[in-house]
Design a binder for this molecule. Structure first.
Ligand SMILES: NC(=O)c1ccc[n+]([C@@H]2O[C@H](COP(=O)([O-])OP(=O)(O)OC[C@H]3O[C@@H](n4cnc5c(N)ncnc54)[C@H](O)[C@@H]3O)[C@@H](O)[C@H]2O)c1
Ligand SMILES: N/C(=C\C=C\C=O)C(=O)O
Length: 486
């Protein structure tokens, strides 16, 4: 049984109260860890350590010195690859093949991508004539924002945590991370790596616990937190935004989605089927960028649906270590109940279940796990909550459309605005449709193709702000203007 502790001021510590909670395996429901639960005092200790570190060795380091240390962190994650892989797959149940291609490599890349870039970005200067006939020069100078609270979800734990910690530290801030209660392990493991790489104590801190009335809330309400970056459900984002208002702390919110895939008759059918399959079912559908609404031009609807159903029937479910497994369980029994409630609702609302719709029989040893069948529906009315609310599971609804105007209206018919994919070989159409979609990201003939220099974030209720590339600079630094008269 693992004992997961907080990481505060460079040390692994228990909660002052010694209170802990159980982490269960999503594969079979066994308890696999006892996790310390932080109370307000533990969180305050972590925030104080982060605040003190700003004035210590870390605060004196040059951008280049910080970048070199963060490059070491990235390298050390790769050197300890198997430990991170084992920990992430034990926490989430995801296939090792998936985590070894996505989660762990990106956990390292999020440090290398930002360590130098942010230091090489020029700031503005303006020269001006002054009323008394002399001149002045204006210099834009960037400074770290301070202590950044990083609150993370359970679907891509290491990737989504370092996606924030990387740029935050590259800009000279310090962080207090509150990983999801569902997936505590890799955030704690990274603490050990930070020590190994000589990141000064207090720069990177981790407190475990839940959200409301627990570590998450205590963190967002701590007045010494200077800004909050959050990834999670939209409703949680609203709560965090309210907490951030006290003391006027800036927020960066990456929230839910109800993303569409739009498949035109002139698409490359094989690519479109494989792309929609991945976007709807990879990571057992637990990707914010995942597709839950598929719109297929009516002329190819039957052929597309048949081919997608065939491919879904070939998906192999099983534990992380099983060879050639495509899907693991959902991340928790609680989430399994949520996804199954939508499976029931779909039937109640009149959906035709093309494939799946229930719980797979994987044998007695896995009965206690959070397993669901990959599922395709047709025939729902747009008013169904199955088509309006984020399910975050391995399921999608497929429906036909006739023309661009109709499908743009259908795709935009949601409170969310995170991403979409468009499958067509007509680039003019791809540009016209993409521009008409009220989302932050569009992939054309692709999905989850990630260039870390690009702006990443959602429109509408999918989030506030953009991170990635130099876009995080506005959030992770204070831009100061110095005007010098000469
Ligand atoms: N837009 C994106 O980039 C992105 C990426 C991944 C996941 N997500 C979204 O995340 C959701 C799934 O993750 P989840 O279930 O962990 O989300 P969640 O909102 O339930 O929890 C996210 C984190 O917030 C914490 N939290 C909950 N309530 C809080 C509160 N009142 N104050 C402070 N912290 C609080 C949780 O403990 C957890 O660490 C989905 O909606 C998914 O779309 C979005
Ligand atoms: N933020 C990113 C992915 C988000 C995935 C959501 O589940 C990324 O790739 O940087």
């Amino acid at each position: 049984m693992k004992h997961i502790q907080h990481f505060i001021n460079g040390m692994f510590v228990d909660s002052i109260s010694q209170r802990s909670f159980s982490k269960l395996s999503p594969v079979d429901g066994r308890q696999i860890a006892a996790v310390q639960e932080a109370d307000e005092e533990d969180v305050a200790k972590a925030v104080s350590a982060a605040k003190a570190a700003l004035k210590g060795e870390w605060g004196q380091m040059t951008q280049r010195q910080r970048a070199e240390k963060l490059e070491k962190v990235a390298q050390r994650i790769i050197e300890r690859f198997d430990e991170f892989l084992e920990a992430e797959c034990a926490d989430t149940g995801k296939p090792k093949s998936l985590a070894s291609h996505i989660d762990i490599p990106r956990g390292a890349a999020n440090f290398t991508a930002f360590s130098h870039a942010l230091g090489n970005e020029p700031t503005e200067t303006f020269s001006m004539d002054t009323p008394d006939g002399s001149k002045a020069i204006n210099l834009g100078l960037r400074k770290p924002k301070g202590v950044i609270a990083v609150i993370c979800p359970w679907n891509l734990p290491l990737l989504l945590m370092t996606w924030k910690v990387g740029p935050a530290l590259a800009c000279g801030n310090t962080v207090v991370v509150k990983p999801s209660e569902v997936t505590p392990t890799t955030a704690a493991l990274l603490g050990d790596v930070m020590n190994e790489c000589g990141i000064p104590a207090g720069v990177y801190n981790v407190v475990h616990g839940f959200g409301a009335q627990s570590a998450g809330q205590y963190l967002t309400q701590n007045p010494d937190v200077d800004a909050i970056t959050f990834t999670g459900e939209t409703s949680t984002g609203e709560s965090i935004m309210q907490a951030a208002a006290l003391g006027l702390r800036n927020i960066s919110l990456e929230c839910g989605g109800k993303n569409s895939a739009i498949v035109f008759e002139d698409c490359d059918m094989h690519s479109a089927v494989e792309g929609v399959l991945r976007s709807a079912f990879e990571n057992t559908g637990q990707v914010c960028l995942g597709t839950e609404r598929v719109y297929v031009q009516s002329t190819i609807f039957e052929e597309f649906l048949h081919r997608l159903k065939e491919r879904v029937s070939e998906l192999k479910l099983g534990p992380p270590d099983m060879p050639n497994v495509n899907l693991g369980p959902l991340a928790s029994l609680e989430h399994q109940l949520k996804v199954l409630s939508y499976y029931d609702l779909a039937k109640k609302d009149g959906a035709q279940v093309v494939i799946g719709g229930g719980v797979p029989n994987l044998g007695a040893s896995l009965d206690g796990g959070a397993w669901v069948e990959p599922t395709i529906w047709v025939g729902l009315d747009r008013s169904s909550k199955v088509l309006q609310e984020e399910i975050f599971g391995p399921c999608c609804h497929v429906q036909p459309f006739d023309d661009e105007r109709e499908v743009i209206a259908l795709a935009n018919d949601t409170n969310y605005g995170l991403c979409a994919s468009v499958w067509t070989q007509n680039i003019q159409r791809a540009m016209t449709v993409s521009h008409s979609l009220d989302v932050g990201i569009v992939w054309v003939n692709s999905w989850f193709l990630r260039d870390l220099r690009t702006a990443f974030g959602g429109a509408k209720q999918s989030g506030i702000g953009r991170e990635g590339g130099v876009h995080g600079l506005e959030f992770y630094t204070e831009l100061q203007n110095v005007c010098i008269k000469y």
